[in-house]
Design a binder for this molecule. Structure first.
Ligand SMILES: [Zn+2]
Length: 432
């Protein structure tokens, strides 16, 4: 009788095991992919955008390719992303986009665990999926989405390796979780230009460092009211780096945005010119290789809200009020001569390197940051060789040498502040 009972119990345990074995032994799901891996040669996060670039070394018949896409794959569903590609010498080269802020927008991905795959759709609408193998020196990335309704998502991006049927397999995994933004991290950095030993431009009793700080503080308050977490690079008349020429200290304005995982940086400045201008107006400086929709919207909103104009300056102009300024050949030569005279290795600057350091340096390697510690005059930019970047803009509110701008900046700061605030509300909080 006892024996019989034991057998019954064992049978019940066995049934339970087979029924719930997926729960008892946690089974990891792997997607079915082709034997060949696609190689990832570059990946980075810039602002809210995840950018990835790679190659599939496999003979591909151009004539049967209908479409190429990157796919976020779970067992239940596929999310497809438009992918740029070309087939060259039997190789398929692919990337999320040419523009740094227009790849896969991380904030738009729902909570879940995803594999990132490359998909080739042929002319018969048949899909072939390839897993991605990391071919860079970079490893894991993590990201907090912009604070929206007091909520954030936390995203980890990991190249993973595992063995299946004695064969090494490679994948890129994205894990999206609900998690509040930790205390030390922020959404946005506002940088009031200059400060300390550097007053910026001065005209008829107006100091750039002072006006910029007032605008920045007011902007911080307005954005905080929208629920965004905002940090200023300075809150008084000092240089956050502690030294007037070195913004690369650990707490210098270049390193702050990266240290606090900010997605955006806006630097506030005032313009001045010895030339007589009939009209002043705003200039927003942006990086070269990005999509300009945020900068354009901001220029339009500031003009409307602050009752100002677009700057008449035509040099480096992208569109009304939007500019990108790179190093000129003369500046590259000067920089080289100066480096040689000082006995340091010249920086790798080209005419496609952004001129304004506050735009270039928090952007890391993909924005061609170049202060890597070789010049003893400066500390090292901590994010020089990183694959994270802060989307950075420099806003010249107006020309204090111009009478209209002078009065407007002095008396109508809220007009400028609201223009910037409304833009970020539309761009970061209202969409989706
Ligand atoms: Zn300035």
């Amino acid at each position: 009788m006892k024996k019989f009972l034991i057998i019954i119990i064992l049978i019940l345990i066995a049934i339970g095991f087979f029924k719930y074995k997926n729960i008892i032994i946690k089974k990891i799901y792997y997607p079915k992919t082709e034997v060949t891996n696609a190689l990832i040669n570059n990946y980075n996060i810039y602002g809210r955008s995840f950018n990835i670039e790679g190659v599939l070394n496999k003979e591909i018949n151009k004539n049967i390719v209908k479409d190429i896409s990157l796919v976020l794959h779970t067992k239940e569903k596929n999310i497809y992303f438009i992918t740029k590609y070309e087939i060259k010498d039997n190789k398929l080269l692919f990337k999320t986009n040419d523009k740094l802020n227009d790849g896969i927008i991380l904030d738009n991905i729902n909570v879940g665990e995803y594999y990132l795959l490359l998909n080739i759709t042929d002319t018969n609408n048949k899909n072939k999926y390839y897993s991605l193998k990391n071919n860079t020196k970079f490893n894991n990335l993590d990201y907090y989405t912009i604070t929206k309704n007091n909520n954030n998502k936390y995203i980890t991006i990991k190249p993973v390796t595992y063995t299946l049927k004695n064969k090494k397999q490679y994948h890129f995994k994205l894990n999206v979780m609900n998690k509040k933004l930790p205390k030390q991290y922020y959404d946005i950095v506002i940088d009031p230009g200059h400060g300390g030993a550097d007053p910026g431009t001065v005209d008829r009793g107006i100091y750039e460092h002072k006006e910029a700080l007032e605008v920045a503080m007011s902007l911080k308050n307005q954005l905080t009211e929208l629920g965004l977490k905002v940090k200023l690079t300075r809150e008084g008349n000092y240089n956050p780096g502690g030294s007037w020429k070195d913004p690369y200290y650990i707490n210098g304005r270049v390193n702050i945005p990266g240290n606090i995982k900010a997605k955006y940086l806006f630097s506030i400045h005032l313009n001045n010119t010895p030339y007589k201008m009939k009209k002043g107006g705003i200039e927003i400086y942006a990086p070269t290789n990005i999509d300009y929709s945020l900068a354009k919207l901001m220029a339009d909103n500031i003009v409307e809200s602050a009752k100002t104009t677009y700057s008449p300056n035509g040099l480096y102009k992208v569109s009304s009020g939007v500019y990108n300024r790179n190093y000129t050949k003369e500046e590259i030569k000067d920089n080289k001569d100066e480096s040689i005279a000082k006995g340091v290795k010249p920086n790798e600057i080209t005419t496609s390197t952004t001129y304004h350091y506050i735009i270039r340096e928090p952007g890391g390697l993909m924005m061609k940051a170049y202060v890597d510690g070789r010049n003893p005059k400066f500390h090292k930019n901590l994010y020089c060789y990183s694959n994270i970047g802060v989307e950075s803009y420099l806003i010249e509110l107006g020309f204090i040498s111009n009478d209209y701008d002078f009065t407007n900046i002095k008396n109508n700061k809220l007009g400028y502040v609201n223009g910037i605030k409304n833009t970020l509300k539309t761009y970061l909080l209202d969409e989706l």
